[in-house]
Design a protein around this ligand. Structure first.
Ligand SMILES: [Zn+2]
Length: 342
């Protein structure tokens, strides 16, 4: 099934439009300090690492409220390190040093998230960013589990993310070179085992079962918004075919959606995943703080040129996905044909 859609407006050609927007964004970047370009986000990640000892110590407490506080601290820190940290590290947005970018990617993606760095870079940076909403390439179909019904998918499936992630990692590593596979497996095991060891030796858990249950609860604390946001921001928007994919500026303005700012998610996932996803897809090397800083420039530019700038609320997307689950998450999406593009 194909649907025709009138091409976005804009008198200049797409390359000229993107060039003009890039120049405006570059002006903002050049006028920004190191603290704004990288420091704010590095500080958030540093604070998350520093919050781990008090988090583990809270779990020693017999007081239920202190114990729950410990779970909340460790859960939010886990998502900050694994989602924000891994995402910025795979894009090389944490530092301008290539060497440190590689080191941070191994730390955040492998040690913290239990996933191979190379697969994260290939799947996210190369395919998802390079071919956003192009069917069969960057169409977010890895998030689809069509054999699950809408309620199981939206409410229960997220809880399995911490268990599924290392299993997918092992499956991916079977195809990797032996040296890379061994190094990655070593770093993933280090992350998982040190988490387990700290729960037994610092938090004072008496049995392996209770320590594993605690690992699961902190590692799935924000799994629901994580899964939901990953599908809300692309699925249901125009999808393109490989041979007729639009130019970059049209691809991103049509195929990406921003959610409003949400304090806990801004902190744990980062602006580039929540309220500045359009800006992030256009300028993937910018840090979260810089995406937020250039947001008024990007939104004004796209509106000025009469290009789409998709925004919706979490609740509206949630209701839309529940009511259109079959259409969005089970059926193959229709290809949007853009008529009259330069
Ligand atoms: Zn990204």
């Amino acid at each position: 099934m194909e649907t025709a859609r009138r091409a976005p407006q804009g008198s200049a050609g797409p390359e000229a439009l993107l060039g003009e927007l890039e120049a405006r964004v570059q002006d903002v970047v050049k006028a920004s300090s190191w603290w704004e370009r990288h420091g704010v986000d590095c500080a958030i990640l540093g604070l998350s690492l520093l919050s781990l000892p008090p988090g583990f110590l809270c779990l020693r407490s017999g007081n239920v409220l202190v114990f729950i506080l410990g779970i909340a601290i460790l859960g939010v820190c886990h998502y900050t390190l694994t989602v924000k940290g891994s995402h910025l590290a795979t894009h090389g947005a944490l530092t301008e040093s290539k060497r440190w970018s590689r080191i941070w990617a191994h730390f955040f993606v492998e040690v913290c998230t239990a996933f191979p760095t190379e697969d994260a870079k290939y799947g996210h940076v190369k395919m998802h960013h390079g071919y956003t909403n192009v069917l069969g390439l960057g169409d977010s179909s890895t998030w689809k589990l069509p054999y699950l019904n809408r309620y199981v998918y939206m409410f229960l499936a997220p809880l399995l993310i911490p268990v599924i992630t290392p299993l997918v990692a092992v499956e991916r590593l079977r195809k990797a070179k032996l040296g890379v596979a061994l190094r990655t497996l070593g770093l993933i095991s280090l992350g998982l085992y040190s988490h387990y060891w700290l729960l037994l030796n610092v938090s004072g858990f008496q049995s392996s079962g209770s320590a594993l249950a605690c690992m699961l609860s902190t590692r799935s604390l924000l799994a629901h918004p994580y899964l939901h946001i990953n599908i809300f921001q692309h699925i249901g928007l125009p999808m393109f075919s490989w041979d007729k994919k639009p130019r970059r500026i049209h691809m991103m303005s049509l195929g990406v959606l921003n959610l409003p700012r949400l304090p806990v998610l801004d902190w744990a996932f980062g602006h580039s995943i929540v309220s500045c996803h359009v800006e992030h897809h256009l300028f993937p090397n910018l840090s979260d703080h810089m995406c937020l800083k250039v947001k008024p420039v990007v939104s004004r530019f796209l509106q000025e040129k009469q290009l789409p700038y998709n925004e919706d609320t979490y609740l509206a997307r949630f209701q839309l996905f529940l009511s259109h689950y079959e259409e969005f998450m089970v059926q193959t999406p229709p290809i949007t044909e853009l008529v009259g593009l330069p």
